[in-house]
Design a protein around this ligand. Structure first.
Ligand SMILES: Nc1ncnc2c1ncn2[C@@H]1O[C@H](COP(=O)(O)OP(=O)(O)OP(=O)(O)O)[C@@H](O)[C@H]1O
Length: 226
């Protein structure tokens, strides 16, 4: 099966004289779990934004499921993201006054494909509740709570459930464990990767914390351009 993500001769520079990173070639296979680390400021978030189609490549190509993101109109890029990528960013991007279940449902409101996949798995609400429980949140106690009333660690898990619902081919996660202590961090990563395996989702997980690297199939370092 062809790669979920392909990077080809990708370079990015915020300042013309200072290239941030370059990837001659990187393929992420279906279901593969990739850990990407690098020092603060090395460009990890920038790379994930390129893969998620939030930024467009200055030179080289980012392909997601064979589609070259830079060649798509903005609306088509948004569609690729909504249909095929589950995003867990540092700030979780939950809507604070919306309840937990509705925050998880959002991914299925933005994408018919994911709504249909969740429906096949038993229904959008049932799947949201299953994912919350799988991520160690009690859906009976929390589903109707507004997101703002949850702890940071709970909000991270809600964001993960929203990324996973509808089984997108790719999960991109940007430092989702930065606010957790070591035990909570390890448990969260284990649960997240278990659910990705169940859904067949590939994972691109970014962190500066190399202690997590052992949980992944492949470890890559992002660094300054030589
Ligand atoms: N929109 C932007 N415009 C200009 N420079 C930017 C922009 N976004 C990021 N940068 C710069 O690019 C560099 C890489 O930032 P990025 O957030 O990708 O790094 P990171 O590896 O994710 O860092 P951290 O681990 O601290 O989150 C930094 O020097 C940052 O200041």
């Amino acid at each position: 099966m062809s790669a979920v993500v392909e990077l080809r001769d990708l370079r990015h520079a915020w300042r013309a004289d200072e290239p941030l990173f370059s990837f001659a070639r990187l393929d992420v296979a279906p279901g593969e779990r990739v850990f990407l680390h690098g020092r603060s400021g090395s460009g990890k978030s920038t790379l994930l934004n390129l893969v998620a189609g939030v930024l467009t490549a200055q030179s080289g190509a980012v392909r997601v499921l064979g589609r070259d993101l830079a060649r798509l109109r903005a609306s088509a890029r948004d569609r690729v993201r909504a249909d095929h990528i589950g995003v867990i960013f540092q700030q979780f991007n939950l809507i604070p006054y919306l309840d937990v279940a509705s925050n998880v449902h959002l991914a299925c409101r933005w994408s018919r494909r994911r709504r249909e996949r969740a429906a096949l798995a038993g229904g959008v609400d049932a799947e949201a509740r299953r994912l919350l429980a799988a991520l160690d949140l009690d859906p009976d106690a929390l589903a109707r709570q507004p997101a703002y009333a949850l702890s940071v660690g709970q909000q991270q898990r809600v964001a993960a459930a929203r990324a996973l619902i509808g089984a997108p081919e790719l999960i991109v996660a940007d430092e989702p464990t930065s606010a957790l202590d070591a035990d909570a961090r390890d448990a969260f990563v284990r649960l997240l990767l278990d659910e990705c395996r169940r859904a067949g989702s590939a994972v691109l997980f970014v962190s500066h914390d190399r202690a997590l690297a052992g949980c992944f199939d492949r470890v890559l370092q992002i660094g300054p351009v030589a």
